[in-house]
Design a protein around this ligand. Structure first.
Ligand code: NDP
Ligand code: OXD
Length: 308
């Protein structure tokens, strides 16, 4: 009943220490030291081995060490193998911090002040009330909801968009493709927190940017392939969009010649908005192992037909 970890080795050592403390009877191995492949029932991975079922023939559950599972090729994973995304509290806390700083950077005109600083210009800009800056979050899951629940406390009018209807206190909720335009038309700062699926790949392009009000800004903390990057550059260069803060790109790392690197109204970070914390992650995995053995549904088990 071994659990095999295949992701960042330093974090893997932290997982190993936590497993040794909390579940000393559970065999825990760090890739590539897999021991007897037939004994591996559980895999915790960011990128699983390419020939997964040949390598681990008795695999029962794949745990993503991140919130997303789009890095897995589900076509190579048979239906009896459950796929579980990471839902531990640390991911949401860091994401709330990241998106809050990104929204405040845009809201408090820090792109403009950075340009002024380069030109040694000391000029005040009027401070705009939060109540006049409308935030819209694509995705009302674990992360989108956590982000909105913090942003609304600043007084920003908040809305979110999802596939199915939601009700969140203080947040205007929109659902389905038919409501997307209305959601975009009332959004000054658009945040992407969608999972990457066949339905969301390339969703954010010319049409979406065009439906935002003039001067809107964009924050991407979902996945790079959600965005048609040339359409984003066109929207910025035509001044329809004011600024973009991008934590994710396509590809990653972004090639040194890519225009995002030097664009004065693009801020880049290397996919660090949030990361799983080993202590809390192991606790969630242990609870899921208990559930799996008891035949219960696991926390964060994904619906293979929806892709998230
Ligand atoms: P969840 O699965 O909890 O939520 C996903 C949300 O997206 C749900 O509200 C879902 O709608 C909505 N959604 C999915 N497909 C569609 C669609 N076709 N149309 C409209 N809405 C849709 O995910 P999380 O909140 O945990 O994470 C979201 C993503 O954030 C991850 O998949 C990952 O890509 C990204 N991420 C990025 C990180 C970073 O460091 N940059 C770190 C962690 C995550 P419904 O509620 O109706 O199901
Ligand atoms: C994740 C990520 O999905 O780090 O957790 O992007």
């Amino acid at each position: 009943m071994t659990i095999l970890y295949k992701a960042d080795p330093e974090r893997g050592r932290q997982w190993a220490r936590r497993f040794a403390q909390k579940a000393p009877d559970m065999p825990f191995r760090l890739w590539p030291d897999i021991g007897d492949p037939a004994a591996v029932r559980y895999l915790a991975a960011w990128q699983p081995p390419a020939d997964i079922m040949q390598t681990l023939p008795n695999l029962k559950v794949i745990f993503s060490v991140g919130a997303g599972i789009d890095q897995f090729d589900l076509s190579s994973v048979p239906p009896h193998v459950a796929v579980v995304r990471m839902t531990e509290s640390g991911i949401a806390e860091s994401m709330v911090e990241y998106v809050t700083q990104a929204v405040l950077t845009i809201h408090r005109d820090l792109f403009d002040y950075a340009m002024q600083q380069r030109e040694r210009v000391w000029r005040e800009r009027p401070v705009r009330a939060a109540s006049t800056r409308r935030i819209g979050v694509l995705g009302l899951g674990m992360l989108g909801t956590a982000v909105l629940n913090t942003l609304r406390l600043f007084g920003f009018p908040c809305a979110g968009w999802s596939r199915s209807p939601h009700e969140i206190e203080g947040v205007e909720c929109y659902a389905g493709t038919e409501s997307l335009d209305a959601f975009l038309a009332r959004t000054d700062i658009l945040v992407c927190l969608l999972p990457l699926t066949d339905a969301t790949r390339g969703l954010i392009g010319k049409r979406v940017f065009g439906a935002l009000p003039e001067g809107a800004s964009f924050i991407n903390v979902g996945r790079g392939p959600h965005v048609i990057q040339q359409d984003l550059l066109d929207a910025l260069d035509s001044d329809h969009l004011h600024a973009a803060i991008l934590d994710v790109t396509e590809p990653e790392p972004l090639p040194p010649t890519h225009p995002f690197w030097t664009h004065p109204r693009v801020r880049l970070t290397p996919h660090i908005a949030s990361a799983t914390r080993p202590e809390t992650a192991v606790d969630v995995v242990l609870e899921n192992l208990r559930r799996h053995r008891a035949g219960e549904r696991m926390i964060g088990e994904i619906d293979r037909t929806r892709g998230y």
